[in-house]
Ligand binder design. Sequence first.
Ligand code: MN
Length: 248
Amino acid sequence: MIDFHCHIDLFPNPYEVARGCRERQAHVLSVTTTPSAWKGTSELGGGTVLTALGLHPQIAHERKSELHLFDRILPNSAYVGEVGLDGASEFKRYWNDQVDVFQHILEACEQFGGRIMSIHSRRASTPVLDVLEAHPGAGLPILHWFSGTPRELHRAVELGCWFSVGPAMLASKRGRDLAKRMPQARVLTESDGPFARIGGKPILPWEVGAAVRGLAECWESDSTSVDRILNENLANLLAQSSNINRST
Ligand code: MN
């Protein structure tokens, strides 16, 4: 079971959610939205629960003062996220702050030899890919809940991006059409809980099985085969993350 993008610290009961992940041996990337949340959130981690250092684009304008903290923590974190850009109208007016923060983060990742990065690109696929292309040494980008065009997807694949796909994304035809075009060897599942919901309730990390079933449909396969592919992908990714760490 793999949930490579969730916000354990934002559930009302983060300790129970973290314990539930470990009990089920779920491989989880617990992303953060601010550098100041990293310490407490990483204390929830351990075992199969990894923690990523992030600064969410939707609050980049409020939290850019925490970039110095980001830089201080980065040597201790192999994983970065949630970071990226958000082009939706309510965040567009902070666009320059978003770009400054995202560029700063990618430069820092380059400086430390690269990181595994969980990336937000809502309504900003092309600008995100532009910034990634300009920072080839920043590490391995995983585009979470990708919602670009097929052409942008193709460009992302060319740039070496991976994708994390959740039940919420697969609920739409557009999301399923993208999942069909993704290289299967570069896909992981995610919940994006508690933001993403199924049936009005936040998705828990161990409810990603719905995404495995959705991918099986998209790929005209079955859940057992898809599970095997996803586990191989995770093993490849974790092997790459240890290379990344050694080069720092
Ligand atoms: Mn998220």
